[in-house]
Design a protein around this ligand. Sequence first.
Ligand code: ADP
Ligand code: MG
Length: 268
Amino acid sequence: MIEITNLEKEYKTGKQTMKAVKSVNLTIHEGEILGIVGESGSGKSTLGKMIIGLEAPTSGTITYNGKPLWQKNKYLRPRPGEIQTVFQDPQSSLDPRMRVKDIIMEPLLGLPSSDRKEKGDLNKLVELMKRVGLKEEHLDRFPHEFSGGQRQRIAIARALITDPSFIVLDEPTSALDVSVQAQVLNLLKELQRERQLTYLFISHNMEVIRYMCKRVAVMYKGELVEVGETQDVFENPQHPYTEKLLSSVLSVPTEEIAGGVPVAKGYF
Ligand code: ADP
Ligand code: MG
């Protein structure tokens, strides 16, 4: 579905240039949850931003279903709403002056009017609210009236309203409390299956990656140092950096918490 070839991103600050992403090659298959893991500053978000059109690549290509996403500095959006995102911090990604209803419907503004009518139908909206664990009466409220977990459910509804095929989730649960994280991860997993979505799932947390992703790519200082089936990467890491990431995780006992999710204590 997505083919990334020799992708690079340089940021210039004053006279200095730094490469946030270095010659990345990566394939994202339709219907999979592909994880990107790496410590803070390794270039994960920059990679995600180039796919969704927020940062233009310095060089290299990204194709989506065979068509390039970038032509020089111009983002060639596929069908409007086909690619959506959920960010880490629902506090800053939800406009505090907007009602939930308008926040969720906002992505429809970019769609043709027939689509807008169909996807913005009130019954469908209420159904979507319920599916993400919210209530109809929440539609007229403002973001500050909700908990962190609920705000992230609002962000998920906003991503789903356009019927996307592909979603970039950038640390979607990193700001949430332990038990709430597990619930939101389960919701994301169920939605992916139900709607046959493809996810690029970005996280610095190996346990979350293990729980969510069948395949994982490890980023280190802008480079992809390892890509493989999550189980293989966990059992037999090929790169010293992956080993280092894992060493902090594997010693932690797993336990069952909300929803029967096996998680490592202290890692959610
Ligand atoms: P991650 O998401 O893995 O934490 P980022 O992709 O956000 O990493 O950042 C990768 C590197 O690029 C970091 O060193 C960061 O400081 C730098 N960077 C990110 N965005 C910008 C920007 N807009 N201008 C300059 N440097 C940036
Ligand atoms: Mg980031």
